[in-house]
Design a protein around this ligand. Structure first.
Ligand SMILES: Nc1ncnc2c1ncn2[C@@H]1O[C@H](COP(=O)(O)OP(=O)(O)OP(=O)(O)O)[C@@H](O)[C@H]1O
Ligand SMILES: [Mg+2]
Length: 365
């Protein structure tokens, strides 16, 4: 991203955000590129997991099991599509966007799955004014992101696929097995160029991946993205992403220090697992999702508070406000769960936690 040019877009796509890294990888890439790919599989791996390209440092985008990423990339070399599943906030969408940016250079071909997604969103629809005026024509055709990816030999993303109705999922089966979409109104068939694939995501908390038809699931290689295995990994993810995201928002606050991050991640891991880190005490989990992604947005939110209304240094009051918002989603129940945690766990942790404990207790009322 050129710093001379002021960025006004709220959120840059991965290919824009990491344009320099992608360029450096393209220049230093000595391995063969599969048909339709902008980078070799090894260079894609470096983009996702971090490393060097010539003299340029490549920041890790996904932090975790490297083998998992190798398997994801290898899937896209075959005729199977890739389905990333897991708990909320395990970087399914983030990984899908970055893989697509690295391989295809355009992560914007996205179908968002909802209960209202129709077959037309998956295949094509018409500009009805033109259709009525001229009859079916190429100009009147509105291509879905998937159809456009087929024509360009690129990757389409399908977010939250398990939330779609079964007709929509069925339409996808034929696309994934035939690799064509027929447009009978124009008397033609679009056959996918080499390089075409789909990366779909689904969240295991929503209406289940289990409810997807077996026929559709067979057309995907399914990879499960786990919650971060160790506290150190999770701290690393949170630290890096908070730094990147807050820089983008220009928050005028200092980065949270390691101690603040460690405390937030500790609280999150304990509430998520229902057990203190030392395994000695059981904890009631709150109703909402206590994911890594929530920890990241909690800390950037606290930085916004500190930057705009505080000293610019993250205070325990700023963190307490963030924790309250992240944990107490259901007024009644979660307030009690949080209070129990504060009294039974945090209060007993001694001097270094005392000030955060007081701030949280005051917030929780
Ligand atoms: N292992 C990880 N490595 C790097 N970033 C991570 C990791 N886990 C979570 N994150 C960060 O968490 C944030 C949210 O991730 P994302 O939106 O992709 O989650 P998701 O799995 O799609 O969640 P949902 O199921 O709610 O859609 C991103 O900013 C991402 O960088
Ligand atoms: Mg997602």
């Amino acid at each position: 991203m050129g710093m001379d040019q002021k960025q006004t877009v709220l959120r840059l796509s991965a290919e824009k955000l990491y344009a320099q890294e992608l360029e450096a990888l393209r220049e230093s890439d000595r391995d063969a590129k599969p048909a339709g790919w902008q980078l070799s599989p090894k260079a894609v791996l470096t983009f996702i997991t971090g490393g060097k390209a010539g003299g340029t440092l490549i920041t890790p985008k996904y932090i975790g099991n490297k083998r998992l990423i190798e398997m994801a990339i290898a899937t896209l070399l075959t005729d199977r599509a890739l389905l990333l599943i897991g708990e909320p906030g395990t970087a399914k969408s983030w990984l899908s966007e970055n893989l697509t940016a690295a391989i295809h250079g355009d992560s914007s071909k996205v179908v968002q799955g909802t209960a209202g997604t129709s077959e037309e969103h998956v295949r094509y629809s018409w500009n009805y004014a033109l259709l009525l005026a001229q009859g079916p024509s190429d100009q009147a055709l509105i291509r879905s992101p998937i159809l456009r990816a087929m024509e360009s030999g690129g990757i389409a993303r399908f977010e939250e696929i398990s939330r779609c109705a079964s007709e929509v999922q069925d339409a996808l089966i034929s696309i994934l097995s035939e690799k064509t979409i027929s447009i009978p109104e124009l008397g033609r068939e679009v056959a996918a160029e080499r390089g075409f694939s789909i990366i779909a995501t689904a969240n295991t908390r929503d209406r289940g991946v289990n409810e997807m038809s077996a026929a559709l699931k067979r057309r995907f290689n399914i990879l499960v993205l786990p919650s971060p295995s160790s506290i150190e990994t999770e701290i690393d993810i949170v630290r890096r992403r908070v730094a990147e995201i807050s820089a983008n928002y220009e928050l005028k606050a200092a980065q949270p220090d390691d101690e603040a991050i460690r405390k937030v991640v500790t609280i999150f891991r304990e509430l998520r697992s229902g057990l203190t880190l030392d395994g000695k005490e059981k904890i009631k989990p709150p109703s909402g999702v206590i994911s890594t992604a929530e920890a990241i947005s909690l800390l950037t939110g606290s930085m916004a508070l500190a930057g705009s209304f505080g000293s610019g240094q993250l205070s325990d009051e700023d963190v307490a406000a963030g924790l309250q918002g992240a944990i107490v989603k259901d007024e009644e129940k979660d307030r009690i769960v949080w209070k129990e945690y504060l009294e039974n766990v945090m209060k007993k942790r001694g001097a270094s936690w005392r000030s955060l404990y007081s701030a949280c207790t005051e917030m929780n009322g």
